[in-house]
Design a protein around this ligand. Structure first.
Ligand SMILES: *[C@@H]1O[C@H](CO)[C@@H](O)[C@H](O)[C@H]1NC(C)=O
Ligand SMILES: *[C@@H]1O[C@H](CO)[C@@H](O)[C@H](O)[C@H]1NC(C)=O
Ligand SMILES: *[C@@H]1O[C@H](CO)[C@@H](O)[C@H](O)[C@H]1NC(C)=O
Ligand SMILES: *[C@@H]1O[C@H](CO)[C@@H](O)[C@H](O)[C@H]1NC(C)=O
Ligand SMILES: *[C@@H]1O[C@H](CO)[C@@H](O)[C@H](O)[C@H]1NC(C)=O
Ligand SMILES: *[C@@H]1O[C@H](CO)[C@@H](O)[C@H](O)[C@H]1NC(C)=O
Ligand SMILES: *[C@@H]1O[C@H](CO)[C@@H](O)[C@H](O)[C@H]1NC(C)=O
Ligand SMILES: *[C@@H]1O[C@H](CO)[C@@H](O)[C@H](O)[C@H]1NC(C)=O
Length: 816
């Protein structure tokens, strides 16, 4: 059952992806974009099923039926920015689906009309028409929503054919404009009317007045009037009753102060709700419009203030004042006492604003890009409804004074103080923020660590990016509600803990000086959902790796991972993304390192133990030490002693149990006869008072050769083994071969203890003389042994002469 569901889900997902792909490729297939291709005619290669054709920004000068006849599916055609001079609508007679036709920015002065029944959007703006290109056929385009036109004159009869159409937008570009017959526009039925007047001509004010009684939204660009105020055609009284516009936007306005006041008064009295003026320049002379006033009753600015109109939003953007000797107090009072909800005065060099005299209706004040200072709204208790205050890009300096300013604003929720000159020196002053304040933007100021002593307690979202904070003091600041904290572009060296911000969810700490973020962060900030920490100079080390591992384990909260996270140090790793940086587990984990070291030590100890127990290394060490001790003593003994060094031909080493053979056979046989061999034997030659080891070493030292009588007894004797060891040692230290092995009885290898590996090795080489059981062979045995020993011993009296042993040939390797 479940596997069946899986298959179903899989198939469904697969089909879905497939469909999506088809759709996107299909979409591309139906768009032909030949924008900016330097075309002079419509290319022949365009696919017939094209639905969207963009031919804008070319040099097409004319269109013909044959070029468009195949595009029966064409819906959107953009031929703007070409040089077409004559437009014949019959070109599109076969494009029955055409809905969107853009012919703006051409050189069209003449049209031949035809009804394109499905057209919704027709743009003929920015062309060279003298009269409006209005034909009767437009009246049949019942789907028309957008109509863009251009003309140098507008007559009352021009719109008669389309007055029954319910348009969405009418766009008029009036360059080189010469004639407007009043009441021409008012026949239009449209929601939006957008007029771009000539930038170099005096505006024709009836256009504004008629526009206001035509559409809900009116936008006029280039409202310039350089003639005297006396020639200015004041608005007719009747207009007030006819105004339909609720939102008026004026762009690029350059007028005398008196004219501006006239227009503002008109607007104030009208049912208009939103006024936006962008690029406003007002000029002198600064006289109040008494004589030619719009309403004789309303003869002064003061009266304007007390008007309770329907205005809700006033936006003034980019205001330039060309009036000199200008009493700004009047303006400030006028603005501050306006009975509106939203006021924006932006980019106006405004240095001050007054506190409203009575409880103000302002809810939103946007004074960005001005020259306001700390004196703004100090002790101002009338801004009771103010919710949003935007003071971005002004000249505020004291954070304390800003906090004090808000303390009377009981409704303030949002305050934007970004890009000012704010500082806080953490003096004894206690900041007083509005308790209602939940969002505060203090970015791009000059705030240092002390800012944390001056923050609104209930803030939820706090912007402190681009300041000079180097440390978030712990334990000093407690912001219970803070959810979002932006500390990007500061000088922090580590992530702040969350002890002071228990509700923190988003933290941005990009572009600081964090080399190694402490992993402690994840324990301290379990509520953080997103950590934006990229573009820091990370030092790629074990700690950093641990941090990343913890972070991955916590579910990957790093925003911008992996691209924004790059090693800066060490030099060799610069530019490596953190995701590609790996140190071995051993290099980073101290516990692991300790365990490994411990294991290695254990192995070493085991090996040593093995060597000691199994191979008896300590014994060898002890013996070697003894040997060197003896050697050393011998060295220090008087030089006369050296003559006595080589008194014997051979030293005999044997097991006590084999002493019978040695005394009865070996000694008598070797010491008798002409080549009398002198032997060193413990019983005879050991010096009393010296230790056994010393005696043995002495004996070996004083003899040329060492004869070992090997037998199972020998193997079992510890002392014999000593002797063999020393003799062998001498053999190596003096680089001569002085060892003679006599095998008295065969020794089965298993009898030799494992640690006597030297003996084993010697036995394995079979380089020994075997004691024959048969009497007859014994003569040869003695001869061999004598030969092996054969050496001329100096006479004892000459023992003082320095003695150089002759090179002596391997007596050990005997043919056996
Ligand atoms: C055609 O390309 C231009 C840029 O070359 C782009 O601005 C335009 O939007 C495109 N037109 C369409 C219909 O996608
Ligand atoms: C031409 O008009 C189409 C349809 O609105 C639009 O997508 C395209 O961007 C326009 N082309 C240019 C260059 O503006
Ligand atoms: C536009 O048309 C006029 C004549 O109506 C002509 O003199 C002018 O050169 C044309 N402009 C362009 C760019 O073709
Ligand atoms: C404006 O129109 C007048 C005629 O009304 C004409 O003489 C003049 O050349 C035109 N100027 C421009 C820039 O088109
Ligand atoms: C308004 O002024 C700005 C800045 O001077 C300028 O960039 C913009 O083009 C102007 N807008 C109009 C509609 O004149
Ligand atoms: C005032 O401005 C705020 C913020 O831009 C907006 O949400 C509000 O709708 C505006 N109020 C009016 C009455 O236009
Ligand atoms: C507003 O206050 C100023 C002083 O700041 C005062 O001169 C003026 O008369 C007051 N206006 C009203 C209408 O209360
Ligand atoms: C403040 O006004 C300026 C100019 O109109 C605008 O660009 C900006 O977006 C406004 N700020 C806010 C936060 O509404």
């Amino acid at each position: 059952m479940s596997s069946l569901t899986n298959i179903y889900v899989f198939t469904w997902a697969f089909t879905f992806t497939l469909c999506n792909n088809i759709q996107s490729t299909v979409e591309d297939e139906f768009i032909a974009n030949y924008s900016s291709s330097s075309l002079t005619y419509v290319p022949k290669i365009i696919p017939a099923h094209t639905q969207v054709l963009d031919l804008s920004h070319n040099r097409i000068s004319g269109l013909s039926i044959s070029e468009f006849i195949y595009f029966s599916d064409l819906q959107v055609l953009n031929i703007s920015h070409n040089i077409i001079t004559v437009l014949d609508f019959s070109v599109f007679i076969f494009n029955e689906n055409l809905e969107y036709l853009d012919l703006s920015y051409n050189n069209i002065s003449k049209v031949c009309c035809l009804t394109l029944a499905y057209l919704r959007h027709l743009d003929l703006s920015f062309n060279k028409f003298t009269a409006l290109p209005m034909c009767q056929e437009f009246g049949n385009m019942f789907h028309l929503e957008y109509l863009g036109l251009s003309a140098t004159m507008i007559r009352r009869s021009d719109f008669r054919y389309i007055k029954h159409l319910q348009l969405h937008t009418v766009f008029l570009t009036l360059r080189n404009f010469s004639l407007y017959e009043p009441q021409s526009l008012t026949v239009l039925t449209t929601r939006n009317l957008h007029i771009v007047f000539a930038a170099n001509q005096n505006f024709i004010f009836p256009l504004l007045y008629d526009g206001m009684s035509t559409s809900e939204n009116l936008k006029i660009v280039n409202l310039i009037y350089t003639l005297s105020y006396k020639d200015f055609p004041a608005p007719p009284l009747m207009l007030l009753k006819k105004i339909k516009t609720t939102a008026l936007t004026l762009e690029a306005v350059d007028l005398q102060w008196a004219i501006i006041l006239q227009i503002f008064m008109l607007i104030w009295y009208s049912p208009m709700e939103h006024l936006t003026v962008r690029n406003l320049t007002f000029r002198g002379p600064l006289e109040e419009p008494n004589e030619y006033a719009f309403l004789p009753l309303l003869s002064s600015v003061e009266q304007l203030i007390s008007l309770d109109g329907s205005m809700k939003t006033l936006t003034l953007e980019h205001v330039r004042n060309k009036v000199y000797y200008f009493n700004q107090e009047i303006l400030y009072r006028q603005f501050s006492e306006m009975n509106i909800a939203n006021l924006t005065i932006s980019d106006a060099y405004m240095p001050h604003m007054l506190c409203p005299n009575r409880t103000s209706s302002f809810q939103y004040l946007n004074f960005s890009r001005n020259a306001l200072t700390d004196e703004l709204f100090q002790n101002c208790g009338t801004l009771m409804d103010l919710k949003l205050l935007i003071l971005q890009k002004n000249k505020f300096e004291s954070l304390y004074k800003v906090s004090f300013m808000t303390s009377h604003m009981k409704s303030l929720k949002y305050l934007d103080m970004s890009s000012n000159l704010l500082r806080h020196d953490g003096a004894d002053v206690q900041c007083q923020w509005a308790e209602s304040l939940t969002e505060l933007d203090l970015s791009s100021n000059q705030l240092a660590d002390a800012v944390f002593e001056c923050l609104p307690v209930n803030v939820k979202k706090l912007g402190l990016q681009n300041n000079q904070i180097s440390n978030v003091p712990r334990g000093m600041v407690q912001l219970e509600s803070l959810e979002e904290l932006n500390l990007a572009s500061n000088r922090l060296a580590d992530l702040p803990g969350c002890s002071g911000f228990p509700s923190l969810q988003f933290l941005n700490i990009e572009m600081n000086s964090i080399l190694t973020p402490s992993a402690e962060f994840f324990r301290s900030c379990p509520g953080v959902r997103e950590l934006q920490a990229g573009h820091n100079p990370f030092k790629c080390s074990c700690e950093l790796q641990a941090f990343i591992r913890l972070e991955r384990r916590a579910g990957g909260k790093l925003f911008g991972w992996p691209a924004a996270y790059v090693c800066e140090y060490p030099e060799g790793l610069r530019g490596t993304e953190l995701k590609d940086f790996h140190l071995s587990l051993l290099a980073c984990n101290t516990t692991l390192l300790l365990v490994t070291a411990l294991l290695l030590t254990l192995v070493l100890v085991a090996a040593v133990a093995f060597l000691c127990i199994y191979l008896d290394v300590p014994w060898y060490v002890r013996m070697t030490w003894q040997w060197t001790q003896t050697k050393r003593r011998a060295w220090h003994s008087p030089p006369g002693g050296q003559g006595a060094v080589l008194q014997f031909h051979a030293f005999i080493s044997y097991s006590e149990r084999d002493s019978l053979w040695v005394k009865n056979e070996l000694i008598p046989n070797l010491e008798k006869g002409e080549g009398c061999v002198r032997l060193c034997q413990h019983e005879r030659n050991f010096i009393p008072g010296k230790s056994i080891v010393e005696n043995i070493i002495n004996c070996i030292e004083k003899s040329y050769k060492s004869i070992f009588v090997l037998s199972p007894n020998f193997v079992q004797s510890e002392w014999c083994h000593y002797e063999l060891y020393f003799a062998h040692h001498k053999l190596f230290s003096e680089n001569s071969n002085s060892l003679i092995l006599v095998l008295l009885e065969p020794i089965p290898p298993y009898l030799i203890p494992a640690r006597y590996h030297k003996l084993k090795a010697l036995m394995a080489k079979r380089t020994y003389l075997e004691w024959p059981k048969e009497r007859s062979k014994r003569a040869l045995f003695w001869a061999n042994l004598r030969a092996a020993i054969s050496i001329n011993l100096p006479i004892s009296s000459e023992a003082n002469d320095p003695f150089q042993p002759k090179p002596f040939y391997d007596s050990m390797i005997l043919p056996l």
